[in-house]
Design a protein around this ligand. Structure first.
Ligand SMILES: Cc1ncc(COP(=O)(O)O)c(C=O)c1O
Length: 479
């Protein structure tokens, strides 16, 4: 009698067993591909808030089970052969409705948008910009001699010059003739994809990846190959190599610096290898660098474009994350694809609005934009920490994340029993906007993940209450 009752109450797993189980699931889901290295012991202990000893114990268990093997001076590698992971195959994207409901939700009046990637736009420089635009608009309005003419498709020459000066001073050398101004990075991404690929072509992306990329791919009739990525080391380059060997990939679309949604920054060796693979397989690289200027320590991370020896990188940037998303001005340096992209910009929208472009050109003059960035990065770093503190206080202990060192986004792995689509709907009903994990892939592999944005997380009462409430919802769902 006693024995049969005991059967219903299994001995709880020890912490190292729980971690080993979680890592096994991540490997089986394809997050860590056979042949790739697991994050370091230090990174795992930070991510799971466990001691190094517990992590070592968990890894030993996986090693005993033949799932990973130790590589001298490198770490632990996922064994080939002993694990069945879902193969990377071309997939159609069918994201539309969910993405629209999330974006729609974030924009509804009264919603506390914790999930969408909006910057804080309460900075003196943003005020300056809008005042400057108002002055220019008034001057134009009051000018009886004004004439009507379209801006140039590649952009206002003053803005292109000012942007080239800014990039030369902070990022890489270029000249204004290489730049095309776009309506935000979203238009840049759409134009780059249209430039390098045709309907039915295959585009490799990090998985999870920004849903706007997936939506673009969907709208253009392309297919994605989702290459696993994680918050510590970024895209799995072994898996990328295998993918390139197996499929006729047209382009890699990557967000290597302070990635959306994972928050990673691909290290310099990874960047070298990525570019070597692109050269070897002769594919275009679309580099989405919208968060590149937002390192918490103020240091500019060198984009892939710097390593581009044969003009195959189409480099995309924007003012949406550093100033305000509503300005809708971004840019692309399309390298060898300039002519085609220039033509597509012209036939798509002729040009971007002149008023914004002229005011931004003035904003970029002098040092004020750089001074602004030096304030924003560290401030976002503090806010990331505040959000992390509140999540640790109010969410289940089984919530895991790696604190990023730049950007504005935090990716969470929730307890497995939590369905983040359901959580999203529950929170929305109470006026809280979240971004559920499945928005960032083509299937439901991130069904217990969430992305939040910390750019505006000042830890005020309303925000704290919302985080606490989401924690309560999760606790209820777990019981
Ligand atoms: C990674 C990434 N790329 C591009 C965009 C679109 O940027 P924009 O507002 O400049 O069009 C976003 C917006 O969230 C993003 O997160």
């Amino acid at each position: 009698m006693v024995i049969s009752r005991l059967k219903h109450y299994p001995v709880p797993m020890k912490r190292y067993q729980q971690l080993s189980h979680k890592l096994r699931l991540r490997i089986e889901r394809g997050e860590f591909h056979p042949g790739s290295l697991l994050p370091s012991i230090r990174a795992l202990s930070q991510q799971y808030q466990l001691s190094r000893n517990t992590v070592i114990h968990a890894l030993a268990l996986l090693e005993e089970g033949g799932l990973i093997q130790s590589r001298p001076r490198q770490g632990f590698q996922v064994c080939t052969g002993n694990v069945t992971v879902p193969p990377i195959r071309p997939r159609e994207v069918t994201l539309g409705a969910t993405a629209f409901s999330v974006l729609g939700a974030a924009n509804r009046p009264g919603i506390l948008a914790l999930g969408s990637a909006d910057p804080d736009n309460h900075w003196p420089l943003v005020d300056w910009l809008y005042r400057r635009m108002a002055t220019s608009a008034r001057q134009r309005g009051g000018n009886p001699d004004r004439s009507s003419h379209y801006s140039l498709p590649a952009g206002d020459p003053h803005l292109r010059h000012a942007l080239a000066d800014h990039l030369n001073a902070t990022t890489f050398s270029c000249n204004s003739e290489q730049i095309i101004i776009t309506q935000g990075a979203q238009e840049a991404l759409s134009l780059t994809l249209r430039t390098v690929a045709e309907p039915g072509d295959l585009i490799a992306v990090e998985s999870p990846c920004y849903y706007g990329t997936l939506q673009c791919v969907e709208a253009l009739g392309l297919k994605v190959l989702e290459v696993p990525a994680n918050s510590v080391t970024g895209i799995d380059l072994d898996a990328l190599e295998t993918t390139l060997q197996q499929w006729p990939v047209k382009a890699l679309l990557t967000n290597p610096t302070w990635n959306n949604p994972l928050g990673f920054n691909l290290d310099p060796q990874g960047r070298q290898r990525l570019m070597a693979l692109a050269n070897q397989w002769d594919i275009a690289v679309i580099e989405d660098d919208v968060f590149g200027e937002l390192s918490f320590n103020g240091q500019r991370i060198s984009p892939l474009k710097v390593l581009d020896t044969d003009e195959r990188v189409l480099y995309c940037g924007s003012f949406s994350k550093s100033l305000d998303a509503d300005i809708r001005i971004g840019w692309v340096l399309p390298g060898r694809y300039f002519e085609r992209l220039h033509y597509l910009k012209f036939v798509t929208s002729i040009a971007c609005p002149g008023l914004q472009q002229q005011s931004l050109a003035e904003l970029l003059r002098g040092r004020r934009y750089r001074q602004h960035l030096n304030r924003v990065g560290p401030c976002y770093g503090e806010r990331a920490q505040r959000l992390a503190d509140d999540v640790r206080r109010y969410w289940p202990t089984d919530t895991h994340f790696i604190l990023p060192r730049g950007g504005m986004l935090q990716w969470f792995e929730l307890p497995e029993a939590i369905n983040s689509d359901q959580l999203f709907r529950q929170a929305l009903a109470e006026g809280i906007g979240l971004s559920p994990g499945n928005l960032f892939c083509t299937d439901d592999r991130f069904g217990h993940h969430l992305r939040l944005c910390f750019a505006c997380y000042r830890q005020d009462k309303k925000q704290q209450r919302a985080i606490a409430r989401v924690g309560e919802m999760m606790a209820l769902n777990l019981n």
